[in-house]
Design a protein around this ligand. Structure first.
Ligand code: GLN
Length: 258
């Protein structure tokens, strides 16, 4: 076969392969995956809203950083905390990012969790001028104690009510409502996550304080639908990378020193 024909055939193969390659990459970039991330934004500094009611927080920034690292984008949905796992199970959202304790056996039956990204603890909080409640042991049967619906704090408060130690478990949807009831004196104590109670104390100084010892140890994780190994691996890989390159620490510093 003449050399000129071979040269033409090689050129055609080269042109075809380049166009095919270019076409695929263009298609991929226009098809960037966008995952729906559910949260309950009354949980600062992890999950809250800005002055324009945009959902913002440490969880959101971590999710966005993981997406940048792993090649996906995220959009955030405002759901009640106890509605997050059902929404994940129904496929209405793809990820839960809500300061959710991953060490809860019941939750582990329902969803899959990422590697832990933050350690927390439950504490009792009381009005700043209270001098009779110095630990959980000082809660008595004439008291109403509040916590947020569906949370580990709510489980603890319900245990205290079921055992008769406190008079009533007041379980409310938004953590902001829980804290308002404490400040207004409608309840005598609240059980909530230490870093978030501290954020409320910083926002409204001289209103509430934490007392006693830590009631548990929690490890926050991001949740995906049971069996969604592909997404879970992306989240874990991205989380490891942003911890490695210092982004994670920068985001924690940003949100805990606002
Ligand atoms: N860390 C607690 C839980 O997992 C509370 C979370 C929250 O209120 N966002 O139940």
């Amino acid at each position: 076969m003449k050399k000129s024909v071979i040269a033409v055939l090689l050129a055609m193969v080269l042109v075809f392969s380049l166009s095919a390659c270019g076409g695929d990459s263009e298609d991929t970039s226009s098809d960037t995956v966008v995952y729906k991330v559910g949260t309950e934004p009354t949980f600062p500094p992890f999950d809250t809203t800005d002055e324009d009611q945009n959902i913002v927080g440490l969880d959101m920034d971590i999710m966005k950083a993981i997406g940048e690292d792993q090649g996906f984008e995220v959009e955030f949905e405002n759901l009640s905390f106890d509605g997050l796992i059902p929404a994940l199970q129904a496929g209405n959202i793809d990820i839960v990012a809500a300061g959710m304790n991953k060490d809860d056996p019941e939750r582990q039956e329902q969803v899959d969790f990422s590697d832990a990204y933050y350690e927390s603890q439950l504490f009792v909080a009381v009005p700043v001028d209270n001098d009779t409640i110095n630990s959980i042991d000082d809660l008595t049967s004439d008291m109403r104690v509040a916590a947020q619906t569906g949370t580990t704090g709510a489980e603890k408060v319900k245990e205290l009510a079921d055992s008769g130690q406190i008079g009533e478990a007041v379980i409310l949807d938004g953590l902001d409502t829980v804290m308002m009831q404490l400040i207004n004196g409608d309840v005598q104590a609240v059980i909530n996550d230490k870093p978030v109670t501290e954020a409320y104390m910083a926002k409204q100084p001289d209103k509430i304080k934490m007392v006693g010892e830590a009631l548990n140890a929690e490890n926050y994780g991001f949740a995906v639908q049971k069996g969604n190994t592909e997404l879970l691996e992306k989240i874990n890989a991205g989380l490891a990378n942003i911890k490695e390159d210092g982004t994670f620490d920068e985001l924690v510093d940003k949100w805990f020193n606002m």
